[in-house]
Design a protein around this ligand. Structure first.
Ligand code: G6Q
Length: 537
């Protein structure tokens, strides 16, 4: 059992403090401090981060920052940025921050400055993206490419899909983008149903180039293209790879000239600013892509240098710990009031849950405290007409991140005012609720009054930016990446491996031949055996 955290002085101080303030309401906190709404606020990098509607006091924050210090957050953060092998279970550096380091920076891994390598790949991506965008890259029959199909899964899919959807406004509309991830024939079939192979480019995105789903889809894509194009030499014009595994890329038949590399110090779910972003760059163009990287880098620098009490990812991460370990919350909602961010919660699910879903510490001991929270969400205002009821009047405490922008990318008055009014109103309603007296004043049958009361005291953060630009998207993603890091440090777990996804994959490999060969004897548990039998019939 790992007790180092919960036995520490700073943890005990937080426990005591929690006992004192757990029943204090957000309403009372606002009544006691008329400036709370502008004092629990950080305005940095064009982000207005309001964390006043939380169940915290100044003392809570002080104690949380003390905990962060006592867990060595600052030195661990520096260890990450400087390329130390902090992914100890895989003996790897963790340097997604190097992917957005400006030219001329020096970041050493095993005695090599990796920044020139990063920029070499970025330049190669830009050159290729320009050729696709201006039509000078010709397919096998001499036609320019009109369709781009990214085949990848997990970290090689969720970032690219999210970024494509988020930045669609900036994308070249003459190009069609599709994303195939699932090893379900319908995913591939639907993606290509209206496409012609001689105008289609497949990007096979796979760090390892051995992932079952991706390689199965890549093979089917090759067969689909060959059926239409006839000639195996056509593959070179219609398939490129993003990978770290050149050997497997060549084996598949892709010209290594058309491979865009990255490195083992980039984790899959931290790779959207690596070459895994190739489809994003083709969509929005190299200039916008570099703006996105600039946003990532600005947030990296903010996280690295801002004092803890002004540091957005630190505050977010420590609030996560506060609710998770003291209030016992189980889920955290993320509601972007921006339709283009519709895939952002799904992206964050992998980032946060694959990173923080661990119960073994770096020393190999079992944690005796809760770790990763369940992340979920949908764009507002749709969620309001669906699941917000449970957050307002249910029995669970669900902290929320609201994300909104002052400017809409599609100005259709009065939409934006309505949208943002709803975002602000939800935070207000959740925090302050509606009392029995207020309900009574409205009239109506007395027996319905209890149903109409809103207890309030439901916490939320508001993130407000000017508009959804590539740069702001980069900032938002890096902000969550680093808040994950903060929580990982407090819980003493490794946010950079994902061993929990392995077992199911291995067992599937055992079951595949059992489904294909009905004569094979099967020796699982009675439920698994019966499921296999049912499928076989
Ligand atoms: C992410 C994980 C995982 C990974 C996929 C795809 O952090 O490592 O989601 O991205 O399993 O792996 P490949 O890119 O190797 O195909």
């Amino acid at each position: 059992m790992s007790t180092a955290l919960t036995n520490s002085e700073s943890w005990k101080a937080l426990e005591k403090h929690f006992g004192e303030i757990k029943s204090t309401t957000i309403k009372t906190l606002f009544e006691e401090d008329k400036n709370r709404g502008t004092s629990l606020l950080v305005k940095e990098l064009g982000i207005y981060f309001d964390f006043s509607k939380h169940r915290i006091t100044d003392e809570t924050l002080e104690l949380l920052f003390k905990l962060a210090e006592s867990r060595g957050l600052e030195s661990k953060r520096e260890a990450m940025f400087s390329g130390e092998k902090i992914n100890t279970t895989e003996n790897r550096a963790v340097l997604h921050t190097a992917l957005r380091a400006p030219k001329g920076s020096i970041i050493m891994v095993d005695g090599r400055n990796v920044v020139p390598d990063v920029h070499e790949v970025l330049d190669k991506m830009a050159d290729f993206s320009n050729k696709i965008r201006n039509g000078s890259w010709k397919g096998h029959t001499g036609k320019p490419i009109k369709n781009i199909v990214n085949i990848g899964i997990g970290g090689s899919d969720l970032g690219p899909v999210m970024a494509y959807e988020a930045l669609k406004f900036y994308s070249k509309r003459a190009l069609t983008f599709r994303y195939v991830s699932n090893v379900d024939g319908s995913d591939f079939a639907e993606a290509v149903t209206d496409l012609q192979a001689d105008e289609t480019l497949f990007i096979i995105s796979s760090k390892t180039f051995t992932t079952l789903e991706t390689m199965t889809n890549a093979q089917i894509a090759r067969a689909w293209a060959l059926k239409q194009l006839g000639d195996p030499s056509a593959i070179a014009r219609h398939f490129v790879a993003v990978s770290t595994n050149e050997k497997e890329v060549i084996k598949f038949g892709i010209d290594p000239q058309n491979m865009f590399g990255f490195w083992d110090w980039v984790g899959g779910r931290y790779s959207m600013s690596a070459a895994i972003g190739l489809s994003t760059m083709i969509a929005i163009g190299p200039d916008h892509y570099h703006e996105m990287l600039k946003g990532f880098h600005e947030m990296d620098e903010h996280f690295r240098t801002a004092p803890l009490n002004k540091n957005i990812p630190v505050i977010m991460g420590m609030l996560g710990v506060w609710y998770n370990n003291f209030f016992g919350v189980q889920t955290q909602a993320v509601f972007p009031y921006e339709n283009y961010l519709k895939r952002f919660p799904a992206y964050l699910q992998q980032l946060t849950m694959e990173s923080l879903g661990k119960h073994i510490t770096l020393k190999g001991e079992k944690t005796e405290y809760q770790t990763g929270t369940v992340y979920w969400g949908e764009p507002g205002t749709n969620g309001q007409h669906s699941f917000y009821q449970l957050i307002h009047q249910g029995t669970r405490l669900i902290p929320i991140d609201f994300i909104g922008f002052k400017e809409s990318l599609n100005n259709l008055p009065p939409h934006q005012d309505y949208l943002i009014a709803n975002m602000i109103a939800q935070g207000e309603a959740l925090a302050f609720g509606k009392t029995t007296e207020e309900v009574r004043k409205e009239g109506g049958p007395e027996q319905l009054n209890p149903h109409k009361v809103f207890e309030g005291n439901r916490p939320s953060s508001a993130f407000f930016l000017d508009k959804l630009s590539p740069e702001n998207l980069g900032k938002l993603v890096a902000m969550y990446e680093h808040s994950v890091f903060v929580q990982g440090v407090i819980w003493d777990i490794n946010p950079f491996d994902q061993m929990g996804v392995e077992l199911g994959k291995v067992l599937a490999q055992n079951i595949i031949p059992e489904l294909q060969d009905k004569q094979q004897t099967i020796a699982h548990d009675s439920s698994t055996n019966a499921l296999i039998e049912f499928y076989r019939q």
